[in-house]
Design a protein around this ligand. Sequence first.
Ligand SMILES: NC(=O)c1ccc[n+]([C@@H]2O[C@H](COP(=O)([O-])OP(=O)(O)OC[C@H]3O[C@@H](n4cnc5c(N)ncnc54)[C@H](OP(=O)(O)O)[C@@H]3O)[C@@H](O)[C@H]2O)c1
Length: 294
Amino acid sequence: MTFDIGPNAADGAGSAPGGGTILLLGAGRMGGAMLRGWLAQGVPASAISVADPSPAPDLVELAARTGVRVNPADSAAVDAAPVDTLVVAVKPQMVESAAAGVQATLAPHTLVLSIMAGKTLADLRRLFPAAGSVVRAMPNLPAAVGRGATVAVAEAGCPADRKERAASLLTAVGSLEWLADEALVDAATALSGSGPAYVFYLVECLTRAGVEVGLPADVSERLARATVEGAGALMGATGQPAAELRAGVTSPGGTTAAGLSKLMADDHLQSLLNATLRAAAQRAAELGGTGPKA
Ligand SMILES: NC(=O)c1ccc[n+]([C@@H]2O[C@H](COP(=O)([O-])OP(=O)(O)OC[C@H]3O[C@@H](n4cnc5c(N)ncnc54)[C@H](OP(=O)(O)O)[C@@H]3O)[C@@H](O)[C@H]2O)c1
């Protein structure tokens, strides 16, 4: 599979098919997962540099094996030459100092792609003033296994080819939804960003309920996990709407119908999830500085 990250061929280091060099700023859990995704998707290692002051041993091993260059972020070893894409994957509280070290890599053709929680397009524009374009993305935890659900929003006027470049890099670790309005990032964070935790809690609750109806705790936990994993895989494999899949396993008068008659009664679960997402979205707005602080 070829991988096109844009038309801006860079000299010196190798470039991806179609051109394009990448500097990954911060290669922790999420940045490391993205790096592995890019390599798996065919981005040439020679096109990628990593700036991280203390790269984890598995990253150092990966770099040695593949040829990805890893430079200490705080040394002169960081490339001073402009890059086509700067991917910002440091913790939000580290970005001021991290950004200072990479200003020389920015040029009018540079796309800054940030995955930092709570850092707005305006923050990114202030932090990386010489970049040509800025895209803000919010992946979620399953990106670590290539199954992330990411949302992204581009700065007004971002050229289509740079959005495509961002999309290529983000879809290497899962699905991508472009948002037309940055204000929706908080809502998406409440759903897909925090969503894995809701599903993990569902497994915990199913496990306890299984014990309640008589199963040994370890059996109940294994069954709950496998059921959620299997249901998710089935939904992915068939692409059928969730409501259709539910109806398909619900025989009239059967056991699933009996269970659902409790789960769906009075829309309790729906109300609870509405409140859950409202609370999470409000907190996202508070942390991102775009909403009320109360
Ligand atoms: N994890 C998630 O599920 C998730 C989901 C959505 C968005 N995000 C966003 O992704 C970003 C990274 O999260 P993470 O969980 O991957 O964090 P992480 O594991 O702490 O990774 C951040 C990496 O950046 C490095 N770093 C620190 N200062 C640096 C500098 N000046 N220059 C270059 N690198 C520097 C850190 O090194 P040290 O460890 O030595 O400090 C670390 O390796 C965050 O902004 C977060 O908001 C994460």
